[in-house]
Design a protein around this ligand. Sequence first.
Ligand SMILES: Cc1cc2nc3c(=O)[nH]c(=O)nc-3n(C[C@H](O)[C@H](O)[C@H](O)COP(=O)(O)OP(=O)(O)OC[C@H]3O[C@@H](n4cnc5c(N)ncnc54)[C@H](O)[C@@H]3O)c2cc1C
Length: 511
Amino acid sequence: MTDSKPLDLVIIGGGINGAGIAADASGRGLAVALYEMNDLASATSSASTKLIHGGLRYLENYEFALVRKSLQEREVLLAKAPHIIRPLALRLPHRQFLRPKWMIRLGLFLYDFLGKRVTLPRSRKISFSQDGPLQASFKDGFEYYDAKVDDSRLVILNARQAQDNGAAIHTRMECVSAIATGGVWELVFLNHLTGQQSKIHARAVVNATGPWVSQLLSGSFSQADTHQITLVKGCHIIVPNLYSSSEAYFLQNDDGRVVFVIPYAQDFTLIGTTEVNFQGDPASAVISDQEVDYLIDVVNTHFKKTLTKQDVVHHFAGVRPLVGAENGENTKSAVAGKISRDYRLHLNIDEAPLVSVYGGKITTYRLLAEQTMALLKPFFTQMTDDWTEQAALPGGDFSDVTSLRVKMIADYPWMPAKILERWLESYGSLIPQLINTAQAVADFGVHFGHGLYQQEVDYLKECEWALTPEDILWRRSKLGLIFSSRECKNLQDYLQQGLQYSNDNRLHQTA
Ligand SMILES: Cc1cc2nc3c(=O)[nH]c(=O)nc-3n(C[C@H](O)[C@H](O)[C@H](O)COP(=O)(O)OP(=O)(O)OC[C@H]3O[C@@H](n4cnc5c(N)ncnc54)[C@H](O)[C@@H]3O)c2cc1C
């Protein structure tokens, strides 16, 4: 299959950076398509610590510019997507023999004032109550604020915004070759579902393939990569709620690293991250036994509740490319924690415009997209100005969750509270679109378990590119944490074959 007229911009990679660039570029009037070889957010962008943060720890590496821009973005993103990004209080227990109090206080002072802080409270010194979750030896510490994000939904909402602006979003399509002729890229994509290949033409390309950035350049584009990148793996474990309150913890470990403990998906606690150099295919990264032990040890040094490996209900690994300078600065031998988390953009115009994205954080994706468009501006003079800072993401056009909750309860008094709460955190003001014409839960169709009904599954298929149980249970929601294998199988059957349901809402296969 071959297209006719070249697109303005093709983006390869459907993580947060690719989706953010697609949303930004399409909103400026460019003809845009995004291609992702797997599901949206299937790589690093669903394996983060899920913080929208300045990065308190980066102050130790004197990364003031990165912390400042991240803190500014924190406020921008809280306003753009108040459904999936919410303020988070973090408590930092003081440990006598680690960082001295004056140093932490200075760091938090800078953190409070380096960036614009509009909605979040400033940091403060606190004492820990003996009734709290920490061991009695932790008497005092500090509390500061950042935000937590549903990282994979942030990607999907950016892709939706791009589609609303006219972009085409293609999943399960891998870029396998690229050549430029007469200043136009000819790209070949392999469809992983059909095995067929298609050719697409574009005036410019963005390589937003995250940890695959060098591989795509040297493979499909046959270009030497001038950047030194180091792949670093970070892992998280998930356990049933360690404690019942809503604050997170910032734990300082003896090795100088920090580990976050964050309330997660209503009934769970997320713990991470580790940090080890990685080689090989980023898709094959998994947590090791040593990493599980490491995370459990840090928690057991701080909390009253003792964890064992048996408490781990889920774990995940993500790989990030950390980047040194072009041609020279050697990051291969550097300690991962000391290499900058900031991103680099590289524009190559030898054949036709190609921007490669190196590194970055979820927190800075919007700025990264804006800067990518600034690099491409000379090639698209019709492009309109920056616009994303003030624009809400789909479902985020409301100012406070409490008022939205009150309105939804008034409009849909029959909605079960637990489903409504999950939908508020996932879909925000798009809830009426999901409910559509339903007048009662009975109209939602087949119940797959734990409040997931056919109505939502169909919406995710039609509006959010979901194809498999994994897409729905781990990236569009976190219901995978509580679904049994039988419930997963029922969902899989429905997605694969199409099932009908009768008035008793039991599954009936159509064919
Ligand atoms: C352990 C860990 C914790 C982190 N925690 C945080 C945090 O709390 N806060 C924060 O702000 N940042 C955090 N980050 C950083 C953040 O997760 C990354 O910066 C971000 O997810 C990178 O997004 P990306 O779009 O560049 O890459 P990815 O999300 O990896 O997306 C790249 C995509 O490209 C696709 N692709 C690759 N090759 C091809 C091809 N040939 N054709 C088509 N598609 C292709 C892949 O399938 C993939 O989906 C963390 C990172 C790690 C590793």
